[in-house]
Design a protein around this ligand. Structure first.
Ligand SMILES: NC(=O)c1ccc[n+]([C@@H]2O[C@H](COP(=O)([O-])OP(=O)(O)OC[C@H]3O[C@@H](n4cnc5c(N)ncnc54)[C@H](O)[C@@H]3O)[C@@H](O)[C@H]2O)c1
Length: 325
């Protein structure tokens, strides 16, 4: 591919996808609204670093009202990763989830339809569409979201898949809990690592026996790129990491990285959290030739090193809590 458009390019996963696309020599038109979902400076720093590459150009705007058509000239694929992620705040920020996940996706689809229906659309969906469905989660099995976030991703995904009935070439990827360097600040691993480095107590929602199919970010973006080249359309495809582990095991691995015990407290389960997730990867193997490469041990090591370097200087003195809280 010569030129692609990436929405949510300044985000955690979007910025990794842009790194990979640029490595392959492809030009990127990037779109991001630098929304208030978390520290905007963190997103701007990612975009600034990517802008150092002459093949990367940035459009700043909210997809819920941006005229996207004008940026689609010469674009072969749109990677639609923009969205409002995270389960917990979706109970209070319902309108923002609707706008960033549902309305924005509708407008991306309509722009492609109007401008050039041959453009391939690869959209980020989520394992949250499954809710408490039986494990392993299979794409044509039950979906049962248990949070406004999960509902909004399911609605967006259905619009993406339905567009293939109108002649678009589309695929929706159901990402399973993604981790690695540059992870969002509201996500578990990053919060645990930050607390561990600053000798604070790690607070866990629930008893720590809940398990997740954690997926290293490089595996996610490799699968995402492969989805642009695949021929199949109108499919939702699981992208899991193949490492289903409990939160207790994650804490052991972080303690191992730190080289000392960590202090943990367990509280009530959070609303909207499911007990277990696990991807059936048969479809991803067949359609995307996908095989996750990173074990949880390797992946946590890489994320730990990244945040240790990022937070290291701050924690070297006593200002840690003040600066980072
Ligand atoms: N991180 C995960 O574990 C995970 C799991 C499943 C699905 N997903 C999905 O993957 C995608 C990326 O997630 P992430 O963790 O990188 O999140 P992120 O918040 O780091 O990135 C999303 C980016 O999209 C941008 N954005 C949001 N709404 C926008 C709008 N209306 N217009 C323009 N830009 C907008 C944000 O500013 C942000 O930079 C999301 O769609 C999310 O729902 C993520």
């Amino acid at each position: 591919m010569k030129r692609v458009l990436v929405t949510g390019a300044a985000g955690f996963i979007g910025s990794h996808l842009c790194d990979l696309v640029l490595e392959r020599g492809t030009e990127i038109v990037a779109v991001d609204g630098f929304t208030d979902s978390y520290d905007q400076q963190e997103k701007r720093d990612r975009a600034r670093r990517l802008s150092e590459n002459s093949r990367f150009s940035l459009v700043e705007g909210d997809l819920a009202n941006l005229e996207l058509d004008q940026y689609l000239d010469g674009v072969e694929a749109v990677f639609h990763l923009a969205g409002r992620a995270g389960v917990r705040s979706s109970f209070s920020d319902f309108d923002k989830y609707q706008s960033d996940n549902v309305i924005a996706t509708r407008r991306v689809i309509d722009s492609i339809k109007r401008h050039d229906p041959s453009i391939r659309l690869v959209a980020a969906s989520s394992s949250s569409v499954y809710g408490n469905a039986p494990i392993p989660f299979v794409e044509d099995g039950e979906v049962d979201p248990v949070s406004p976030y999960g509902w909004s991703k399911l609605e967006a995904e259905r619009m993406v898949l339905d567009a293939s009935n109108d002649g678009l070439s589309t695929v929706a990827l159901r990402y399973f809990t993604v981790y690695g360097p540059r992870q969002r600040p509201d996500m578990g691993f990053r919060k645990f690592i930050k607390a561990a480095l600053s000798n604070e107590t790690i607070e866990i929602y629930g008893d720590g026996n809940q398990s997740r199919d954690f997926t290293y970010v490089r595996d996610i973006v490799e699968a995402t790129l492969a989805a642009a080249e695949a021929k199949e359309s109108g499919l939702a495809i699981n992208v899991g990491g193949g490492s289903i582990v409990t939160i207790r095991r994650v804490l052991e691995l972080i303690s191992h990285q730190l080289g000392r015990d960590i202090d943990v407290s367990f509280g009530p389960f959070a609303k909207g959290d499911v007990m277990h997730t696990g991807a059936d990867l048969s479809l991803a193997r067949r359609v995307l030739n996908y095989n996750p490469k990173y074990t949880i041990e390797e992946g946590i090591g890489l994320e730990f090193s990244y945040f240790k370097e990022l937070y290291g200087d701050v924690f070297a003195d006593n200002r840690a809590v003040e600066v980072l809280s």
